[in-house]
Design a protein around this ligand. Structure first.
Ligand code: 13P
Length: 340
Protein backbone atom coordinates (compact mmCIF):
# COMPACT_ATOMS: atom_id res chain seq x y z
CA UNK A 1 0.00 0.00 0.00
CA UNK A 2 1.23 3.46 -0.76
CA UNK A 3 0.63 6.33 1.61
CA UNK A 4 1.23 8.96 -1.05
CA UNK A 5 -2.21 10.61 -1.08
CA UNK A 6 -2.50 10.58 2.68
CA UNK A 7 0.97 12.06 3.13
CA UNK A 8 0.37 14.85 0.66
CA UNK A 9 -2.92 15.70 2.39
CA UNK A 10 -1.20 15.65 5.80
CA UNK A 11 1.63 17.88 4.59
CA UNK A 12 -0.94 20.36 3.26
CA UNK A 13 -3.01 20.22 6.46
CA UNK A 14 0.11 21.06 8.47
CA UNK A 15 0.47 24.31 6.51
CA UNK A 16 -3.27 25.10 6.34
CA UNK A 17 -4.14 28.84 6.27
CA UNK A 18 -3.41 30.71 9.54
CA UNK A 19 -1.82 27.64 11.11
CA UNK A 20 1.63 26.36 11.98
CA UNK A 21 3.39 23.75 14.07
CA UNK A 22 4.36 23.74 17.75
CA UNK A 23 7.75 22.08 18.29
CA UNK A 24 7.44 20.50 21.76
CA UNK A 25 9.97 17.75 21.10
CA UNK A 26 12.78 18.95 23.35
CA UNK A 27 15.06 16.07 24.26
CA UNK A 28 15.66 15.31 27.96
CA UNK A 29 18.77 17.56 28.21
CA UNK A 30 17.06 20.42 26.31
CA UNK A 31 13.85 20.45 28.36
CA UNK A 32 16.02 20.36 31.49
CA UNK A 33 17.75 23.51 30.24
CA UNK A 34 14.36 25.20 29.69
CA UNK A 35 13.10 24.15 33.15
CA UNK A 36 16.38 25.22 34.79
CA UNK A 37 15.73 28.74 33.43
CA UNK A 38 12.55 28.95 35.57
CA UNK A 39 13.93 26.97 38.53
CA UNK A 40 11.75 23.88 37.96
CA UNK A 41 13.00 20.29 38.30
CA UNK A 42 12.79 18.31 35.08
CA UNK A 43 10.84 15.34 36.44
CA UNK A 44 8.69 13.13 34.24
CA UNK A 45 5.57 14.47 35.93
CA UNK A 46 6.55 18.13 35.48
CA UNK A 47 7.29 17.51 31.81
CA UNK A 48 3.91 15.82 31.37
CA UNK A 49 2.08 18.58 33.23
CA UNK A 50 3.75 21.34 31.24
CA UNK A 51 3.11 19.76 27.86
CA UNK A 52 -0.47 18.79 28.70
CA UNK A 53 -1.03 22.39 29.79
CA UNK A 54 0.13 23.67 26.39
CA UNK A 55 -1.84 21.10 24.39
CA UNK A 56 -5.11 21.70 26.27
CA UNK A 57 -5.03 25.45 25.69
CA UNK A 58 -8.54 26.29 24.61
CA UNK A 59 -8.71 27.40 20.99
CA UNK A 60 -5.02 26.86 20.22
CA UNK A 61 -6.11 24.57 17.38
CA UNK A 62 -7.20 27.70 15.48
CA UNK A 63 -3.50 28.41 14.92
CA UNK A 64 -1.72 25.13 15.67
CA UNK A 65 -2.00 22.42 13.00
CA UNK A 66 0.42 19.93 14.50
CA UNK A 67 2.66 19.30 17.49
CA UNK A 68 6.06 17.59 17.37
CA UNK A 69 6.42 15.26 20.36
CA UNK A 70 9.42 13.62 22.00
CA UNK A 71 9.55 9.83 22.46
CA UNK A 72 8.61 10.12 26.14
CA UNK A 73 5.63 12.39 25.42
CA UNK A 74 4.03 10.28 22.69
CA UNK A 75 3.79 7.46 25.26
CA UNK A 76 2.38 9.62 28.09
CA UNK A 77 -1.23 10.03 29.14
CA UNK A 78 -2.98 13.24 30.20
CA UNK A 79 -4.19 13.61 33.79
CA UNK A 80 -7.47 11.89 32.81
CA UNK A 81 -5.54 9.02 31.21
CA UNK A 82 -6.12 10.00 27.55
CA UNK A 83 -2.92 9.32 25.60
CA UNK A 84 -1.40 12.69 24.68
CA UNK A 85 -1.39 11.97 20.91
CA UNK A 86 -5.10 11.09 21.18
CA UNK A 87 -5.79 14.29 23.12
CA UNK A 88 -4.24 16.28 20.26
CA UNK A 89 -6.10 14.33 17.62
CA UNK A 90 -9.40 15.00 19.44
CA UNK A 91 -8.70 18.72 19.05
CA UNK A 92 -7.96 18.35 15.33
CA UNK A 93 -4.20 18.74 15.90
CA UNK A 94 -1.90 16.31 14.08
CA UNK A 95 0.64 14.53 16.33
CA UNK A 96 4.22 14.34 15.10
CA UNK A 97 7.41 12.81 16.47
CA UNK A 98 11.10 13.64 16.60
CA UNK A 99 12.90 10.57 15.28
CA UNK A 100 16.53 11.67 15.14
CA UNK A 101 18.85 10.76 17.98
CA UNK A 102 20.82 13.95 18.15
CA UNK A 103 23.79 15.65 16.52
CA UNK A 104 27.11 13.92 17.27
CA UNK A 105 30.72 14.86 16.38
CA UNK A 106 31.44 14.21 12.68
CA UNK A 107 34.49 11.94 12.52
CA UNK A 108 37.55 13.60 11.03
CA UNK A 109 36.00 17.07 10.94
CA UNK A 110 37.03 20.18 12.78
CA UNK A 111 34.18 20.21 15.30
CA UNK A 112 31.29 19.79 12.84
CA UNK A 113 28.34 17.51 13.55
CA UNK A 114 26.27 14.80 11.95
CA UNK A 115 22.85 13.68 13.13
CA UNK A 116 22.41 10.04 14.12
CA UNK A 117 19.37 7.78 14.32
CA UNK A 118 19.08 5.82 11.07
CA UNK A 119 19.70 2.37 12.56
CA UNK A 120 16.36 0.70 13.25
CA UNK A 121 14.47 3.71 11.92
CA UNK A 122 12.12 1.68 9.70
CA UNK A 123 10.80 -0.16 12.77
CA UNK A 124 10.57 3.00 14.86
CA UNK A 125 8.58 4.75 12.10
CA UNK A 126 6.09 1.86 12.15
CA UNK A 127 5.85 1.99 15.94
CA UNK A 128 5.30 5.76 16.02
CA UNK A 129 2.63 5.52 13.35
CA UNK A 130 0.85 2.92 15.48
CA UNK A 131 1.09 5.32 18.44
CA UNK A 132 -0.72 7.98 16.40
CA UNK A 133 2.07 10.02 14.78
CA UNK A 134 1.42 11.21 11.23
CA UNK A 135 4.58 13.24 10.67
CA UNK A 136 8.18 13.25 11.85
CA UNK A 137 11.17 15.51 12.27
CA UNK A 138 14.92 15.06 11.84
CA UNK A 139 17.24 17.97 12.60
CA UNK A 140 20.71 18.41 11.14
CA UNK A 141 22.89 21.03 12.81
CA UNK A 142 25.26 23.11 10.71
CA UNK A 143 27.60 25.84 11.94
CA UNK A 144 29.17 28.75 10.15
CA UNK A 145 32.87 29.37 10.83
CA UNK A 146 36.32 29.37 9.26
CA UNK A 147 35.94 27.07 6.22
CA UNK A 148 32.58 25.89 7.56
CA UNK A 149 30.19 24.43 6.75
CA UNK A 150 32.47 22.02 4.89
CA UNK A 151 31.23 20.13 1.83
CA UNK A 152 31.86 16.97 3.88
CA UNK A 153 29.49 18.12 6.64
CA UNK A 154 26.80 19.17 4.17
CA UNK A 155 27.02 15.94 2.16
CA UNK A 156 26.84 13.61 5.18
CA UNK A 157 23.97 15.49 6.80
CA UNK A 158 22.04 15.79 3.53
CA UNK A 159 22.51 12.06 2.91
CA UNK A 160 21.14 11.21 6.37
CA UNK A 161 18.21 13.63 6.00
CA UNK A 162 17.26 12.01 2.69
CA UNK A 163 17.56 8.47 4.09
CA UNK A 164 15.33 9.48 6.98
CA UNK A 165 12.82 11.14 4.63
CA UNK A 166 12.66 8.09 2.34
CA UNK A 167 12.02 5.76 5.30
CA UNK A 168 9.27 8.05 6.64
CA UNK A 169 7.51 8.23 3.29
CA UNK A 170 7.67 4.43 2.98
CA UNK A 171 6.30 3.97 6.51
CA UNK A 172 3.53 6.59 6.43
CA UNK A 173 4.93 9.66 8.18
CA UNK A 174 5.36 13.08 6.52
CA UNK A 175 9.05 13.88 6.97
CA UNK A 176 9.94 17.37 8.14
CA UNK A 177 13.40 17.87 6.71
CA UNK A 178 15.29 20.21 9.03
CA UNK A 179 18.75 21.44 8.15
CA UNK A 180 19.43 24.14 10.75
CA UNK A 181 22.24 26.60 10.30
CA UNK A 182 23.02 28.00 13.74
CA UNK A 183 23.06 31.75 14.40
CA UNK A 184 26.19 31.50 16.59
CA UNK A 185 29.06 33.60 15.31
CA UNK A 186 30.00 36.96 13.87
CA UNK A 187 28.91 36.18 10.30
CA UNK A 188 26.97 38.63 8.18
CA UNK A 189 23.62 38.02 6.56
CA UNK A 190 25.43 37.54 3.23
CA UNK A 191 27.47 34.70 4.71
CA UNK A 192 24.28 33.16 6.07
CA UNK A 193 22.75 33.44 2.60
CA UNK A 194 25.67 31.56 1.00
CA UNK A 195 25.66 28.83 3.65
CA UNK A 196 21.87 28.41 3.47
CA UNK A 197 21.97 28.20 -0.31
CA UNK A 198 24.73 25.58 -0.27
CA UNK A 199 22.95 23.58 2.42
CA UNK A 200 19.57 23.52 0.71
CA UNK A 201 21.17 22.71 -2.61
CA UNK A 202 22.90 19.68 -1.04
CA UNK A 203 19.68 18.59 0.71
CA UNK A 204 17.45 18.75 -2.39
CA UNK A 205 20.12 16.99 -4.45
CA UNK A 206 20.10 14.06 -2.00
CA UNK A 207 16.31 14.03 -1.73
CA UNK A 208 16.15 13.69 -5.53
CA UNK A 209 18.79 10.93 -5.59
CA UNK A 210 16.92 9.00 -2.93
CA UNK A 211 13.58 9.37 -4.74
CA UNK A 212 11.78 11.31 -2.04
CA UNK A 213 8.49 12.73 -3.40
CA UNK A 214 8.73 16.42 -2.59
CA UNK A 215 4.92 16.81 -2.47
CA UNK A 216 4.97 14.67 0.69
CA UNK A 217 7.54 16.54 2.77
CA UNK A 218 7.90 19.85 4.58
CA UNK A 219 11.14 21.82 4.79
CA UNK A 220 12.09 23.25 8.18
CA UNK A 221 14.96 25.67 7.63
CA UNK A 222 16.59 28.58 9.38
CA UNK A 223 15.82 32.06 8.13
CA UNK A 224 18.71 33.94 6.51
CA UNK A 225 19.91 36.05 9.45
CA UNK A 226 23.01 37.84 10.74
CA UNK A 227 25.04 35.88 13.31
CA UNK A 228 24.30 36.68 16.96
CA UNK A 229 27.62 38.51 17.30
CA UNK A 230 27.64 40.24 13.94
CA UNK A 231 28.11 43.96 14.60
CA UNK A 232 25.57 44.83 11.89
CA UNK A 233 22.24 43.14 12.52
CA UNK A 234 20.10 42.92 9.39
CA UNK A 235 16.70 44.61 9.55
CA UNK A 236 13.37 42.79 9.33
CA UNK A 237 12.86 43.67 5.62
CA UNK A 238 16.45 42.58 4.83
CA UNK A 239 15.92 39.20 6.49
CA UNK A 240 12.65 38.70 4.61
CA UNK A 241 14.15 39.66 1.24
CA UNK A 242 17.34 37.59 1.64
CA UNK A 243 15.44 34.53 2.83
CA UNK A 244 12.94 34.59 -0.02
CA UNK A 245 15.61 35.38 -2.62
CA UNK A 246 17.65 32.39 -1.43
CA UNK A 247 14.72 29.96 -1.23
CA UNK A 248 13.45 30.83 -4.70
CA UNK A 249 16.79 29.57 -6.02
CA UNK A 250 16.91 26.25 -4.21
CA UNK A 251 13.52 25.11 -2.89
CA UNK A 252 11.48 23.32 -5.59
CA UNK A 253 7.90 24.49 -6.11
CA UNK A 254 6.62 20.96 -5.44
CA UNK A 255 7.36 21.32 -1.71
CA UNK A 256 4.00 22.24 -0.10
CA UNK A 257 5.40 24.25 2.75
CA UNK A 258 8.38 25.81 4.43
CA UNK A 259 8.00 25.83 8.22
CA UNK A 260 10.71 27.90 9.85
CA UNK A 261 12.42 27.13 13.14
CA UNK A 262 12.92 30.09 15.46
CA UNK A 263 16.50 29.18 16.37
CA UNK A 264 17.02 31.55 19.28
CA UNK A 265 15.38 34.64 17.77
CA UNK A 266 13.23 36.60 20.19
CA UNK A 267 9.52 35.76 20.09
CA UNK A 268 8.74 39.10 18.46
CA UNK A 269 11.52 38.85 15.86
CA UNK A 270 10.46 35.35 14.79
CA UNK A 271 6.91 36.59 14.25
CA UNK A 272 7.95 39.84 12.55
CA UNK A 273 10.25 38.02 10.10
CA UNK A 274 7.59 35.50 9.09
CA UNK A 275 5.09 38.32 8.71
CA UNK A 276 7.41 40.35 6.48
CA UNK A 277 8.02 37.36 4.20
CA UNK A 278 4.33 36.66 3.82
CA UNK A 279 3.76 40.32 3.03
CA UNK A 280 6.16 40.02 0.09
CA UNK A 281 4.26 36.92 -1.12
CA UNK A 282 4.25 35.54 -4.65
CA UNK A 283 6.17 32.30 -3.93
CA UNK A 284 5.00 28.75 -4.64
CA UNK A 285 5.13 27.30 -1.11
CA UNK A 286 3.21 28.10 2.07
CA UNK A 287 5.51 29.94 4.48
CA UNK A 288 4.73 28.99 8.06
CA UNK A 289 6.26 28.29 11.46
CA UNK A 290 7.40 25.28 13.44
CA UNK A 291 8.64 27.16 16.47
CA UNK A 292 9.82 25.77 19.77
CA UNK A 293 11.22 28.57 21.88
CA UNK A 294 9.42 31.43 20.08
CA UNK A 295 6.03 29.83 20.82
CA UNK A 296 6.74 28.51 24.30
CA UNK A 297 8.90 31.16 25.94
CA UNK A 298 6.16 33.43 27.37
CA UNK A 299 4.11 30.42 28.51
CA UNK A 300 7.11 28.87 30.25
CA UNK A 301 7.79 32.15 32.08
CA UNK A 302 4.14 32.58 33.09
CA UNK A 303 3.89 29.00 34.35
CA UNK A 304 7.08 29.03 36.46
CA UNK A 305 6.28 25.51 37.64
CA UNK A 306 3.10 26.48 39.57
CA UNK A 307 -0.15 24.72 38.71
CA UNK A 308 -2.08 27.85 39.70
CA UNK A 309 -0.36 29.76 36.90
CA UNK A 310 -1.65 27.39 34.21
CA UNK A 311 -4.45 29.72 33.00
CA UNK A 312 -1.98 32.61 32.58
CA UNK A 313 0.49 30.31 30.80
CA UNK A 314 -2.21 29.07 28.44
CA UNK A 315 -3.25 32.62 27.71
CA UNK A 316 0.38 33.50 26.88
CA UNK A 317 0.68 30.48 24.60
CA UNK A 318 -2.62 31.25 22.85
CA UNK A 319 -1.55 34.85 22.27
CA UNK A 320 1.81 33.85 20.73
CA UNK A 321 0.10 31.24 18.52
CA UNK A 322 -2.45 33.81 17.39
CA UNK A 323 0.23 36.37 16.48
CA UNK A 324 2.11 33.79 14.43
CA UNK A 325 -1.19 32.81 12.82
CA UNK A 326 -1.55 36.46 11.79
CA UNK A 327 2.02 36.42 10.42
CA UNK A 328 0.89 33.68 8.01
CA UNK A 329 -1.06 36.30 6.09
CA UNK A 330 1.21 39.28 6.72
CA UNK A 331 -1.43 40.83 8.97
CA UNK A 332 0.63 40.93 12.19
CA UNK A 333 1.56 44.30 13.64
CA UNK A 334 3.65 45.27 16.63
CA UNK A 335 0.57 46.82 18.24
CA UNK A 336 -0.92 43.32 18.51
CA UNK A 337 1.87 42.38 20.95
CA UNK A 338 0.20 44.52 23.58
CA UNK A 339 -3.40 43.38 23.11
CA UNK A 340 -4.07 40.40 25.40
P1 13P B 1 13.27 26.52 17.96
O1 13P B 1 12.09 27.22 17.30
O2 13P B 1 13.36 26.79 19.42
O3 13P B 1 14.55 26.73 17.21
O4 13P B 1 12.95 24.98 17.91
C1 13P B 1 12.46 24.44 16.75
C2 13P B 1 12.97 23.08 16.61
O5 13P B 1 12.20 22.15 16.53
C3 13P B 1 14.42 22.87 16.53
O6 13P B 1 14.69 21.57 16.13
Amino acid sequence: MSFSQELEATARALVAPHKGILAADESAPTIKKRFDSIGVASTEDNRRFYREMLFTTQGCEEFISGVILFDETIRQGASDGTPLPKLLENKGIIPGIKVDQGAKPLAGSDGEKVTEGLDGLRDRVAEYRALGARFAKWRAVISIGEGQPSDYCLATNAHALARYAALCVEGGLVPIVEPEILMDGTHTIETSYEATQRTLHAVFHELALQRVPLEQILLKPNMVLSGYECPRQASVPEVAEHTIHCFRRVVPAAVPGVVFLSGGQSDEAATAHLNAMNRIGGFPWELSFSYGRALQHPALQAWAGKAGNAPAAQQAFYHRAKLNGAARTGSYSEAMEKAA
